[in-house]
Design a protein around this ligand. Sequence first.
Ligand code: ARG
Length: 286
Amino acid sequence: MQAARILMCPPDYFGIEYEINPWMNVRVGSDTERSRAQWSALVATLRDLGASVELLEPVAGLPDLVFTANAGLVYGRTFICSRFRYQVRQSEARHFASWAGSRGFEVVHLPEGHHFEGAGDALFCGETLFAGYRFRSDVRSHQWVGERLGVEVLPMELVDPRFYHLDTCFCPLAPGWAIYYPGAFDEYGRSVLRDRIPNLIEVAAEEAVSFSCNAVVIGRNVVLNRGASKLIGTLGEAGFATRPLEFSEFIKSGGSAKCLTLRLDGEDAAAWKHQGLRIQDSPRPG
Ligand code: ARG
């Protein structure tokens, strides 16, 4: 199997400089040294799990560029570039787009007026793209993406502002497997997930609020914020090994392990990744 390819961005300019989700508080701020150490520990863990980590050049004045999950959505050679909801993050998009273009992706932009925050809000599990909308991405953006890629998309409304991106409350583990926090969805969203994902692991509220769902999956390994003892137990029974790490500084910005990464060769849970015939391989580093 080829090594997982992951995009990350060093936290040189990371900080809490504005408030666009309930976790951010400019008066609390984040600790520069600790955020650097936590980010580096994630890189080291991913490399230890066999991943190759590619780095985006950090940019002064863009404190949230570290959250590469929000760069866009990768589908084979296609990179659907994000269109951020809040003005403070909008200029990140051209950095992500030019990076993706330089790496051989076909960069696609949504029509103006559509908000879409990439792998933060759109995650494949099996054949289907599960998509969260309301706080950041729009439902019509997800429909547009589904049509553009020719995949089934299931938009689900997010109902709790603390779980404003889908990746804060839902994490595909493998085709047919995912973890989720039910309280972040309405009854319709919960029933979609229950109907469509046979092995759905529920995360308890007290563990969900420490970003336990915001995990990076590499094969049968799950890297997540530490402290989720129940979830770690359940994942262990299901045959997944866990690597708990500290993400306190990034949680102050509303992000944890998963938000700091973008899988470039397809998430392991994405069926397209395993169906080499349907679409061409992801581009190699140029
Ligand atoms: N401060 C960032 C924001 O509010 C955090 C983004 C977290 N990213 C994610 N994929 N959940 O936009």
